[in-house]
Unconditional design. Structure first.
Length: 269
């Protein structure tokens, strides 16, 4: 009988001492292999475009790129806990890398919604809305609006919220480590004849295999860990029964059928 050590070695290495090649993570969107694109320092942040260069953290974050659908992601964050995100990303220093998130951005988005839908004021949920500044601004204008943030409202179940004519998600998609949860939530929250209005910057032309990942939007310190191409975004939405229309590389609409109060945005749909 072979020694116990040899048996254990055979279990750990069933093909002998030949090293087994690592398997690339599969794409969360289309399940294709996603080879390494680049590794960037954890402190790379969106404010570098405005001159904020943080000292290197020494932690390299891998970004993987699916060559089939163009989705780019950092798989390390899929295993992070809420506490990890709180301690390392959404901490007291987060405002330095995203100074607009507390007040300027939600107020500007509330003004946009009032301009687009102020005459009809559909029932509204702001998904990923943090402290609720956007919804508070809309309620002050007579809207029936509330906020749900999966990170903040951890004890609240999505199924308890009901469904809404309009769901918004401004600068949310790129922060999500589990995109299946994101799209399942949106499917549950919006009415069959409702509309999802969201912003996330598409990566088309910015992320290319064989080129270093220098795009400003790829920023682990900001929590930008899921970067969508137009194709990967459409695949995710189509799978949940949504159509996609993009007003720009950053502003998008998802819908099953166009509600009457949004015909001015999608008259031909």
């Amino acid at each position: 009988m072979p020694p116990l050590a040899n048996l254990l070695r055979a279990i750990r290495h069933p093909f002998g001492d030949k090293p087994v090649a690592p398997v690339d993570p599969v794409c969360p969107v289309c399940k294709s292999p996603s080879p390494l694109l680049d590794s960037i320092d954890f402190n790379k942040n969106c404010e570098e475009a405005r001159g904020l260069k943080l000292p290197p953290s020494g932690d390299a974050i891998e970004y993987r790129l699916c060559d089939a659908c163009g989705f780019c992601f950092a798989p390390e964050f899929a295993s992070w806990s809420f506490r990890d995100f709180e301690e390392r990303i959404y901490n007291d220093d987060y405002e330095s890398v995203d100074p607009d998130y507390k007040q300027a951005r939600p107020e500007a988005n509330a003004n946009l919604l009032e301009q687009l839908f102020g005459n009809s004021k559909p029932t509204h949920l702001d998904y990923g809305g943090g402290s609720g500044v956007l919804s508070a601004a809309l309620r002050a204008k007579g809207w029936d609006s509330r906020t749900y943030d999966p990170f903040v409202d951890r004890e609240l179940q999505v199924r308890e919220l009901g469904s809404f004519a309009l769901v918004t998600a401004f600068e949310v998609f790129e922060h999500v480590p589990d995109i299946e949860v994101l799209f399942a939530d949106l499917q549950s929250l919006v009415k069959a004849d409702g509309l999802v209005l969201f912003s996330t910057l598409l990566s088309d032309g910015e992320i290319v295999r064989g080129r270093a990942l220098r795009w400003w939007y790829a920023a682990p310190r900001n929590g930008h860990i899921s970067l969508f191409s137009a194709q990967s975004l459409r695949l995710c939405l189509n799978r949940r029964g949504f159509n996609l229309a993009s007003a720009s590389a950053n502003l998008h609409l998802a819908y099953r059928s166009v509600p009457a109060w949004a015909r001015h945005l999608l008259p031909a749909a």
